[in-house]
Ligand binder design. Structure first.
Ligand code: GDP
Ligand code: MG
Length: 677
């Protein structure tokens, strides 16, 4: 009921005359065209902002003529010359310049002819189930003819009404309808008020004569109907007056501000305009098959049908919008602003659904809405999950990059690098994940976030391990360099405290190595346990490097050279380090024996790492495995203290003796040759 209702005749004539449509043909079939017709009338989006009016009355009482005058419709009017009408059916047309659908019932007057009362009853049912206002058209001279055809028709209407609307609606009110009596060919000798009183009394009588179901015994006519009255002069005899009074009557259908405006909200059947066609068809089907017409069920069916349609339309648009984002997500991209987009599509779909569907049966509307929400969410939830996954990957890659950038060059603080890179990574993820969440869903990113944190942790750990390993390697290399000279030096000057010197050099350098590790390790955030294993590994590697240096210095050749040098220094040089020249009578044997025995004493000295000062004794736990290389080996520390085994000692001694013997022979020869000179 909008402004269009208030239109004078001047503008009315300029309005287009609307196409009418026969919704029920003479074979009692319902047209499949009504939906389209409603669209063509431009009413599909009218919601509840439209009205329906229908007409009752005997054959040829000028019903169609009246409707055409009142609403600007173009229903067929009986041809004056033929004075017969054979068609049957129900027509519907939109009123000119008003959101009103007008129903005209055509048909033979079954009651008068004693035939087809069936169609009359069915069309009454059909009209009542959808109309707000029923025009009851009758000649003035029919008023008071209680037994007349009109009264039979009204009895039908009342009966039908009890069946349809006897029970109260869900919100506890009665479904009301306005009966507007139009008294035709009113001569004027009997005032309208009198006719009105007669008709009202007749209605009351009819009502009382109805056989009502027991639970509706005490219901009054006024519980369901409002009665209203109008009279029109003779169309032919008082043509001019007829036209002005019809125009006056029209105002009651268009001017909302009038007190006698007929389309009161209470009469509206609450079928949204876009559902009228489906609803009417359902009603007709029920009526046709003579089933009890259960309006609440009809309304629910209508709601189901329409809510499904509206939901599908909303969903189709939504799916169209979501589709282009699927590929980038599947290919691993983080789609900028995805959450905002999804939010918009979702809101738009629901707004659209709510706008159209909320007019229907609330239970159905809400149920279908929940269904729609779950389909919407299940459509975009893979996008959300994909976005999280891609975000996770991207953040992890960036984290790794930042770690490597941060660890470039010397002197960085590892812990700092990790903390900063992690903070940025987590923030990036959380920002992205929060953006992707759509309001109204139960989506969370906690799980993905937990996974990311774990992976960031293990990447950081791996970096730390790699860095620690590199650092330990560097320290080990340095240690090797440092230890080399002191070990060589000490092992070349055999003395009783030779091992003390060697071990002291080892210990000093190891202490340096350890403290250099600890200084660097501070920034690595290593646990005490990790430091302990790294240090243990360092100690073991240092020891092995140290031992390797000793091995290098005590190979057979090197060691025999050492022995020879030592021996020569004692046998071929005197106490003042002056080369000896043997003369006959010199105690070559004594000197040889002394030098040889002194030299042989070195063998057991070198054979085992054994300091004089017990505090310099070094020991390592045997089970220490190198945690940094993860190389499993069986390390037997006490065995590493042994340089020469017993057999080796005997072997070396024997070899040395042979060397020494050669020196002895040479010395002897030199005296002979000097004698010979
Ligand atoms: P319907 O069968 O009730 O739809 O009646 P129609 O509108 O087809 O009209 C039947 C006949 O009654 C036609 O010949 C009309 O010209 C005539 N008619 C229409 N209105 C009036 C009226 O107000 N008074 C009289 N006497 N005849 C009318
Ligand atoms: Mg007619």
């Amino acid at each position: 009921m909008n402004g269009n209702h208030v239109n004078g005749d001047a503008t009315l004539s300029k309005q287009p005359t609307y196409e009418r449509i026969q919704i029920i043909n003479d074979e009692k079939q319902f047209t499949p065209e009504l939906t389209h017709q409603v669209e063509r009338w431009g009413l599909q989006n009218a919601g509840f902002d439209y009205d329906i009016v229908a007409v009752f009355g005997s054959q040829s009482t000028g019903k169609s003529t009246l409707l055409n005058r009142l609403f600007g419709t173009n229903f067929d009017v009986m041809d004056e010359t033929k004075r017969q009408q054979t068609t049957k059916g129900i027509w519907i047309c939109k009123g000119k310049a008003m959101n009103v659908m007008v129903m005209d019932v055509e048909g033979t007057d079954g009651r008068e002819r004693g035939e087809d009362q069936d169609f009359e009853r069915k069309s009454a049912l059909f009209s009542l189930a959808s109309s707000e206002v029923l025009l009851v058209n009758l000649w003035e001279h029919q008023v008071g003819l209680y037994q007349g055809a009109n009264m039979g028709l009204l009895k039908t209407v009342f009966e039908v009404n009890l069946g349809l609307f006897g029970k109260k609606t869900a919100d506890g009110r009665n479904q009301r309808t306005l009966l507007l009596f139009i008294i035709r060919d009113h001569i004027g000798t009997t005032p309208l008020a009198n006719l009105q009183a007669t008709l009202t009394a007749d209605m009351q009588k009819i009502w009382e004569s109805l056989s009502k179901p027991p639970e509706l015994q005490d219901r009054q006519l006024s519980d369901y109907f409002d009665l209203s009255f109008a009279a029109l002069p003779h169309k032919v005899l008082e043509a001019q007056r007829f036209e002005t009074e019809v125009a006056e009557l029209r105002k009651r259908f268009v001017d909302k501000s009038r007190e006698d405006f007929v389309f009161k909200p209470a009469y509206h059947k609450r079928i949204p305009a876009d559902g009228v066609a489906f609803y009417m068809e359902g009603i007709w089907e029920q009526v046709q098959s003579n089933k009890d017409l259960d309006l609440p069920t009809q309304q629910e069916l209508l709601a189901q049908f329409r809510c499904d349609e509206i939901s599908s339309a909303a969903l189709a648009e939504f799916a169209e919008q979501a589709k282009p984002q699927r590929r980038p997500i599947e290919s691993g991209k983080v789609v900028e602003g995805l959450g905002g987009m999804m939010q918009n599509w979702r809101t738009a779909a629901l707004t659209r659904y709510d706008r159209d569907a909320s007019r229907y049966h609330q239970g159905v509307y809400k149920r279908k809405r929940a269904d729609l929400v779950s389909v919407l969410d299940s459509t975009i939830s893979p996008l959300f999950l994909g976005q999280l996954k891609n975000l996770h990957k991207a953040c992890l890659v960036q984290f790794k990059d930042e770690m490597h950038q941060g660890m470039r060059g010397e002197g960085y603080n590892f812990a700092d690098v990790v903390v900063k890179a992690r903070e940025r990574c987590e923030k990036r993820f959380l920002d992205g994940a929060k953006e992707a969440i759509v309001e109204g869903t139960d989506w969370t990113y906690e799980e993905e976030y937990g996974l990311l944190q774990q992976e960031v942790g293990s990447v950081a750990n791996q970096c730390r391990k790699d860095e620690t390993k590199k650092m330990v390697n560097t320290i080990e290399r340095n240690f090797k360099k440092q230890i080399s000279e002191p070990v060589e030096l000490a092992l070349n000057l055999p003395d009783h405290d030779m091992w003390d010197k060697v071990l002291k050099a080892f210990r000093d350098n190891l202490t340096k190595a350890e403290s250099s590790y600890l200084t660097r390790a501070k920034s690595f955030d290593c646990t005490d346990e990790e430091n302990e294993t790294a240090l243990a590994s360092l100690r073991k590697r240092a020891w092995l490097a140290f031992r390797a240096k000793i091995d290098e210095q005590t190979t057979d050749a090197a060691f025999l050279t050492k022995l020879r040098t030592y021996f020569e220094e004692r046998f071929r040089y005197d106490e003042n380090n002056v080369p000896r020249v043997w003369r006959p009578g010199d105690d070559i044997d004594g000197a040889f024996k002394k030098a040889r025995d002194q030299t042989l004493e070195l063998v057991p000295l070198y054979a085992r790492i054994h300091p004089v000062d017990p505090s310099l004794e070094y020991t390592l736990p045997s089970e220490t495995s190198d945690s940094l290389t993860e190389a499993a080996d069986d390390f037997d520390f006490p065995a590493t203290l042994v340089i020469f085994t017993e057999t080796k000692i005997l072997d070396i001694m024997a070899r040395f003796r042979r060397d020494a013997d050669a020196y002895y022979v040479e010395a002897k020869r030199s005296t002979v040759s000097s004698v010979a000179q």
